[in-house]
Design a protein around this ligand. Structure first.
Ligand SMILES: [Zn+2]
Ligand SMILES: [Zn+2]
Length: 380
């Protein structure tokens, strides 16, 4: 039994007091986990676009003060009542969406959209009692997507915690808890390109490059990367991208350019930008008869997708995916194993590292578009 079990823990957390303002490292009190909750000591966390999007709070209901962070790795400190699958000392990845294992979605082999624990960006409290486990002088500090990993300790619902191989290096596999798995799963679980196939990837950020990595692992022979930033191609080659297209270089729609290069279209495409025009291109660039397009990027609120129905009747398939169709608790341990078996390369996604006290630098890097993933070391 740890000495902190059942006690309030005082520790450091990076608190976002207001939208768009630098985070402030504060001493917070973290309450013990309640029923079906676990308290996790976070060792490494990384910054994902979703944190920045909700920190900027443009267009959503602002929930502040709040502790952001959802890509991370840590060790279970203590568990609440009813938790049988995890114990103190287990190595885990917190996940922004969950798997209760009991609802229709969790029981379906096809879905990972758990009714109980599906991502909820507006909720700032725990499900059990509708309260926060974080406070400063008795004033609550809100949670973010059930994970709040920008804290040395955090409390998470057991359904949002994946237990992983204790030999896995946590400073590397922390990036598998969101963006990288999202892109990888979109290709491996949903697009499912065959060996020797042709795959188009729209958007060469971390998620798109993870989708390319999936295509490389699946044995695709041509991986065509599409991005408006020509500087991305050099880096993309490391992820198996063989050809690069910048839509700005052509005076016709990029789907026509792709069709011309591939004898009528690619076998598979994966859209990772969230721009609805790119989504239409990603759908229209797949070959008739068998092509499958997969949408990953999140669009703006008022976007609409328009294509001629004949494009569908000609036996093209359009699919969408959430978190790469991975069930967090069931499937993430095997993604970690893919890395341990050297099938999946994770290091190349990690371009920067900062200490916890320098966390705002990670935000600056992401806002300037530099690099892919910045690891934040909690011990620094
Ligand atoms: Zn469920
Ligand atoms: Zn994320």
């Amino acid at each position: 039994m740890s000495t902190t079990e059942g006690q309030v823990i005082k520790c450091k957390a990076a608190v976002a007091w207001e939208a768009g303002k630098p985070l402030v490292i504060e001493e917070v009190e973290v309450a013990p986990p309640q029923a079906m909750e676990v308290r996790v000591k976070i060792l490494f966390t990384s910054l994902c676009h979703t944190d920045v999007y909700f920190w900027e709070a443009k267009g959503q209901t602002p929930v502040f003060p709040r502790i952001f962070g959802h890509e991370a790795a840590g060790i279970v400190e203590s568990v609440g009542e009813g938790v049988t699958e995890l114990k103190p000392g287990d190595h885990v990845l917190p996940v922004f969406t969950g798997e209760c294992k009991e609802c229709r979605h969790c029981k379906s082999e096809e879905s990972n959209m758990c009714d109980l624990l599906r991502i909820n960006t507006e909720r700032g409290v725990m499900l059990n009692d509708g309260k926060s486990r974080f406070s400063i002088n008795g004033k609550p500090i809100y949670h973010f997507v059930g994970t709040s990993t920008f804290s040395e300790y955090t409390v998470i619902h057991v359904g949002c915690v994946a237990k992983i191989n204790p030999k896995a290096p946590l400073d590397k596999v922390c990036v598998l808890s969101c963006g990288i798995s999202t892109g990888l799963g979109a290709t491996l679980n949903v697009a499912k390109p065959g060996k020797g196939s042709t795959v188009a990837i729209f958007g060469l950020g971390a998620v798109g490059l993870a989708a390319a990595e999936g295509a490389r692992i699946a044995g695709a022979s041509r991986i065509i990367g599409i991005d408006l930033n020509p500087n991305r191609f050099e880096e993309a080659k490391k992820f198996g991208v063989t050809e690069f297209l910048n839509p700005k270089d052509y005076d016709k729609p990029i789907q026509q350019v792709i069709a011309g290069m591939t004898d009528g279209g690619v076998d598979r495409s994966v859209e990772c930008t969230g721009n609805f025009n790119a989504m239409i291109s990603a759908f229209e660039c797949v070959h008739d008869g068998w092509g499958v397009a997969v949408l990953v990027g999140v669009p703006s609120r008022d976007d609409a997708f328009k294509t001629h129905p004949m494009n569908v009747l000609n036996e093209r398939t359009l699919k969408g995916t959430f978190f790469g169709n991975f069930k967090p608790r069931t499937d993430l341990p095997s993604v970690v194993e893919m890395y341990m078996n050297k099938e999946l390369e994770v290091e190349k996604f990690i371009t920067h590292e900062v200490t916890f006290s320098e966390i705002n630098k990670a935000f600056d890097l992401m806002l300037s578009g530099a690099g892919l993933r910045c690891i934040i070391r909690m011990d620094g």
